[in-house]
Design a protein around this ligand. Structure first.
Ligand code: ADP
Ligand code: MG
Length: 695
């Protein structure tokens, strides 16, 4: 039988393959480039390209592409074949170093937020040698960054790499203060848990809303939803199991460490968790995972829904971004240590994250803001839109003892002295976890749970890395000047706890009272994307990004514009789809059903039979039809009016307050009718038939 170990990573030009295919000089030189993040020498690039091409061809590849992640959030690729004409009219397979390191896709139709509007429509792609090349559909894919000719980032990878650089630089300064001169690089690590829905493809094709918008715009709650909690970790259906086996195999061939899979809370909902890796690789792999999930699902005549809220009243899907910081010597900096000095270092990194999350709540919120995630965040099953942190009771007691100087119960009489004392053991038990917190400490990492299932994880990690880099920088600035390290360290940690403890909330994030409490604490509650996005341009955020060279001012503005535009486009598509469904399907079908009732009413009346059913139902349908008609007219007018709004922030706010509200109102009426109109007359497949479509 074929063993996983035989094919794991077989389609990746990984370290092992490089070592075997490259001469030792070329290999060493490439490794050095990767480690130092320097540009690749062209002669080395030529040799690498040659080896990569031969390897790819031997595995059936005919094309190559610079695989990149434009600001649309999905990946892009333009395939070029290896063929090149030779002198006697035949072809040879060619791939040069310069084609490996740099590409020039005609990228004018990717969103640039105005960055390329003027003189230069083209951009270029540059190989990110820290992420391995791989083969997908007979194409050698080279992970690349995408920039404009003037060097502005047009993608999600470039700023992610820059943010990793920023945290590397500042963390190294801090580590030096703790005597870690042996550490030469620090990287953030991420393990993104991916949630998704699987439904039967034939069922999917009966829902234009799913096809056009990725979510159902209408649909009454099925008689059985998730109330019995019988799906979570339940037995996986054979058809889903076959899909998962196939998916794992495809991911493993690409060296993606898909590890666990299980059913989620909602019917038809599942989760895949990979083993964590370096952040840029985790981001690349997650993009690939989403793509392959959809592809493999189709092969099994199913559709994989990645939308954050495909079904109203049913749990939505997120992506838990498990995040930590590690050194090249294998140290996890968010792991509490065994000695006083290790604990002190842990506590400093911990409070850096606490301060970062508090000061940049808005950026973290923005990093997960999208039209689709708005239906999830703040609804009762997902993390609230308020950003807060969970540290667990034990760590909370530790922080409290440092803050107040009062003794820690488990430690006897003395308060915890940083640099002198050892922390009590913190339990890493899963039962201790608070599932309602958007940002939870889980023993040796943080889990940012607000990320949406369809989103790239890059944005969340750019914000997180940069904000933490900033706090580490401030800490290093202070401590590098210190004459009494232990005392100053203690004071710094204590001061940070006092100033930022408002962000820590260990209670139930779904509880109504938290909203009031959070507001008393002065925490932000940015309920929707239009409310969150303008904070992007706050001076403190511009200062953050520009000082760490993550974004220039024009890059920030471009990203802001693109996010706004994307929101308005999504809402417009949804509204048009809803109107189409109302005009062409719901109203005519409901009318047909009422004709059927009228017919029956007349016949029964002639025969002197009871007509209560017909009469009552017709009354409801008739008034509901009038309401649907009036709301759909209102929706059409609102969309017309929206066209006249020129300021993008006004437009997105208008769409949220008006268009989405009308859509939700008209949906309520239609969903109620769905419960009384005969199935035979109802134009679309029901929630029940969708959610239980995979047998
Ligand atoms: P669970 O939350 O189900 O108990 P784990 O704690 O093992 O599972 O991990 C959940 C996710 O967090 C996995 O994707 C795992 O690889 C990832 N993870 C574990 N350690 C780290 C780390 N140091 N950095 C980033 N992600 C991590
Ligand atoms: Mg989790």
């Amino acid at each position: 039988m074929e063993q996983v170990t035989d094919y794991f990573g077989s389609l990746v030009f990984d370290d092992k393959t490089m070592k075997s295919k490259l001469s030792s000089d070329v290999y060493k030189s490439l490794k050095k480039t990767i480690q130092d993040g320097k540009e690749l020498d062209i002669s080395v690039a030529n040799s690498v390209a040659q080896a990569m091409k031969e390897w790819a061809i031997s595995l059936g590849a005919t094309h190559f592409t610079h695989w990149f992640q434009p600001m649309t959030g999905i990946t892009a690729e333009k395939h070029d074949s290896f063929i090149s004409p030779d002198s006697d009219g035949r072809v040879i397979m060619e791939f040069k170093g310069k084609e490996l390191v740099k590409g020039e896709p005609d990228a004018s139709s990717f969103p640039s937020g105005g960055l390329r509007a003027t003189c230069e429509a083209r951009g270029y792609t540059a190989w990110d040698p820290t992420s391995y090349a791989f083969i997908k559909d007979k194409c050698l894919c080279i992970p690349t960054a995408f920039c404009s000719y003037s060097g502005e980032a047009l993608d999600k990878k470039t700023p992610l790499l820059r943010s990793m650089q920023a945290i590397n630089k500042q963390a190294l300064r801090v580590l030096k203060l703790f005597g870690h001169t042996e550490v030469t690089s620090v990287k953030t690590t991420v393990g993104p848990e991916q949630e998704y829905f699987l439904i039967d493809k034939d069922a999917y094709l009966k829902r234009p809303d799913l096809i056009y918008t990725g979510r159902t715009l209408f649909g009454a709650k099925p008689p059985k939803g998730q109330e019995l909690d019988d799906h979570y970790f339940g037995v996986i259906k054979p058809r889903v199991q076959e899909f998962m086996n196939d998916l794992n195999k495809e991911l493993w061939k690409l060296g993606i460490l898909a590890k666990t899979e299980h059913n989620e809370v909602a019917p038809a909902q599942h989760e895949l968790a990979p083993i964590f890796s370096t952040t840029n690789i985790a981001a690349d792999n997650n993009q690939l995972t989403m793509e392959i999930m959809q592809k493999v699902a189709k092969k099994h005549n199913m559709v994989c829904l990645l939308h954050e809220k495909p079904f109203k009243g049913v749990n939505g899907s997120g992506k838990h971004n498990n995040w930590s910081i590690s050194t090249n010597t294998g140290l996890n900096l968010l792991e509490p240590g065994d000695t006083p000095i290790e604990n002190a270092q842990f506590l400093l990194f911990l409070v850096a994250v606490i301060k970062a999350v508090d000061e940049y709540q808005d950026l973290l919120r923005i990093s997960v803001a999208s039209a689709s995630n708005d239906f999830r965040l703040g609804a009762n099953e997902a993390p609230p839109a308020i950003i807060s942190m969970f540290v667990g009771d034990d760590l909370a007691l530790v922080l409290d003892s440092i803050e107040t100087g009062k003794p820690l119960a488990s430690k006897g009489s003395n308060s915890l002295k940083i640099g002198v004392d050892v922390l009590p053991k913190l339990p890493k038990d899963a039962t201790d976890r608070n599932r309602t917190s958007p940002f939870a400490f889980t023993g040796n990492k943080f889990e940012f749970r607000a990320v949406g299932s369809s989103e790239s994880i890059s944005c969340a990690n750019i914000m997180l890395n940069t904000a933490v880099a900033e706090e580490l920088k401030k800490f290093a600035d202070i401590l590098e000047k210190s004459k009494d390290f232990e005392n100053d360290l203690h004071d710094l940690i204590k001061k940070t706890i006092i100033e930022h403890k408002r962000i820590i909330f260990n209670g139930n994030g779904y509880d109504e009272s938290w909203v009031g409490e959070a507001s008393k604490r002065g925490l932000l509650n940015l309920k929707s994307t239009p409310e969150a996005l303008p904070h992007y341009l706050n001076q403190k955020n511009i200062d953050l990004f520009t000082s760490h060279e993550i974004y220039s001012l024009s890059e920030i503005k471009a990203r802001y514009e693109i996010a706004q535009e994307h929101y308005t486009k999504v809402v417009n598509i949804e509204a048009s789809t809803a109107l189409d469904m109302i005009n062409k399907y719901y109203l005519p079908s409901i009318t047909k059903f009422s004709n059927f009732l009228i017919e029956s009413y007349k016949n029964k009346k002639d025969l002197g039979l009871d007509i209560t059913y017909e009469e009552n139902t017709l009354n409801i349908i008739s008034s509901s039809t009038a309401n649907i008609y009036s709301l759909k007219t209102k929706l059409e007018k609102a969309l017309e009016y929206a066209k006249t709004i020129t300021k993008i922030e006004e437009l997105s706010m208008y769409l949220k307050d008006n268009v989405l509200t009308i859509m939700s109102d008209v949906r309520d009426i239609i969903d109620e009718l769905e419960l009384i109109v005969s199935k035979e007359y109802w134009p679309f497949i029901s929630y029940g038939d969708l959610l239980y479509s995979v047998k």
